[in-house]
Ligand binder design. Structure first.
Ligand code: NI
Length: 170
């Protein structure tokens, strides 16, 4: 399993729902989490199926800080059911866009519905950093990247870095 980098077209595809939670799906989630922890020093706090070459609605997230106990979430077929709160600006990065960081405005809170590893429906009511990570990762399942939100000026600032990624990974 490897990270899919921008501008891989897979990152722009709408990922397919997982039809059945098989041992293979669980293994995939475990592998994704392991890969995310390896990439943790580069700021990896979430990873989506399309970021590892799989157009499937799978996410792993761990919003814990370095000095805290790990709190991994395994999310199958996740769905945002509500966005609320004030719009907040926060600097984002993405394992698929190495070296690029920019402030993105998103709602402060969200409610997420998903299936856990046993196939049971679960709900997360998130705010702050977790809500931010969830919204960023959900975008990956819908072919969206955080750079899509940037103002023309911000886009100009990162244009050179994007071009470098296009040359390297395109
Ligand atoms: Ni990302």
């Amino acid at each position: 399993m490897e990270i899919t980098y921008y501008p891989n077209p897979l990152l722009r595809k709408i990922a397919k729902p997982v039809a059945k939670i098989t041992p293979q799906v669980l293994q995939t989630l475990d592998n994704m989490l392991a890969l995310m922890y390896v990439a943790n020093d580069k700021g990896g706090v979430g990873l989506a199926g399309p970021q590892v070459g799989l157009s499937e609605r799978l996410l792993v997230i761990d919003p814990s800080h370095e000095d805290e106990e790990r709190t991994p979430y395994f999310l199958i077929n996740p769905e945002i059911v509500e966005l609320s709160g004030e719009d907040c600006e926060y600097e984002e990065g993405c394992l698929s866009l190495p070296g690029i960081y920019a402030p993105v405005v998103r709602p402060e809170k969200c409610i997420l519905k998903y299936l856990d590893r046993e196939g049971k429906e679960q709900i997360i009511k998130a705010d702050g950093f977790l809500a931010r990570v969830i919204q960023h990762e959900m975008d990956h399942l819908n072919g969206k990247l955080f750079i899509d939100y940037l103002s023309p000026l911000r886009k100009k600032i990162i244009a050179k870095k994007l071009k470098m990624l296009e040359e390297r990974y395109g």
